[in-house]
Write a protein that binds this ligand. Structure first.
Ligand SMILES: *Cc1c(COP(=O)(O)O)cnc(C)c1O
Length: 223
């Protein structure tokens, strides 16, 4: 832990800002889950965060998470692990076995594979649909115009329970209109959870109703 003294301070600082933003939005701090994004940081950094009470973590690659989290999860059964990056269909069995939440459901083929695998393993990670909110060709996610039909497909045809929506707004634009758009899409589809906001914009995201913020750099430092 002594190798990562900054992590406790950074976490306390992020929590302070998160609590203030939630309060300003008229919500309790507990209404916003802090997902500490530990990608490209070692298990020892995760352990330093665990030592000061952090329990929810995000990783963007299945293989990297498999290297770090099984041992930590055995030691801390209340850890909650979120997959926040693209999931290849051939990695679905490992992802269903390891993750508690999969935030990156971004295409029909993946939804179908998850439905089958969840039945097979009798394990049901909570699911978020990733929306390509800025309609950027290089980004994954369901197009905004397709989201209602995709939610319906997941629910009606695949019997998948969907918890919420996730997005990553365009890097070069003010995120507020994109957060507002994601909130509206969730509202009209009866979804209550919104994963939006990263190190640079999480306070804005909370102002627009984020229930989950995914924060890496501000906690663990540069990658
Ligand atoms: C890496 C990553 C984050 C965290 O980004 P920071 O800017 O380091 O806070 C959040 N969400 C996703 C999907 C990511 O890949």
């Amino acid at each position: 832990m002594t190798d990562f003294p900054h992590i406790a301070d950074n976490l306390a600082e992020v929590r302070r800002h998160l609590d203030a933003a939630a309060k300003a939005d008229g919500r309790l701090a507990e209404a916003v889950t802090l997902v500490a994004v530990s990608k490209m940081h070692p298990a020892e950094a995760v352990a330093a965060a665990i030592a000061v009470g952090q329990r929810v973590f995000g990783e963007n690659r299945v293989q990297e998470a498999q290297g770090k989290f099984p041992a930590l999860k055995a030691q801390y059964p209340d850890l909650e692990l979120h997959l926040i990056g693209p999931l290849q269909s051939n990695k679905v069995p490992e992802a269903v076995a390891l993750f508690d939440v999969i935030e990156s459901v971004d295409r029909e083929k993946l939804a179908r594979a998850l439905a089958g695998e969840m039945q097979k393993q009798k394990r049901a990670p909570r699911l978020f649909i990733q929306v390509n909110i800025g309609e950027e060709p290089q980004k994954a996610g369901i197009a905004p115009t397709e989201i209602d039909a995709f939610v319906k497909l997941c629910r009606d045809e695949l019997a998948l329970k969907i918890d919420g929506l996730m997005c990553i707004p365009p890097a070069d634009k003010h995120p507020a209109p994109y957060f507002a758009l994601l909130r509206e899409m969730a509202r009209r589809n009866g979804l209550t959870q919104l994963s939006m906001g990263m190190s640079g914009d999480f306070e804005t995201a909370i102002q627009f109703g984020a229930t989950h913020v995914r924060i890496g750099t501000a906690i663990f430092g540069a990658r």
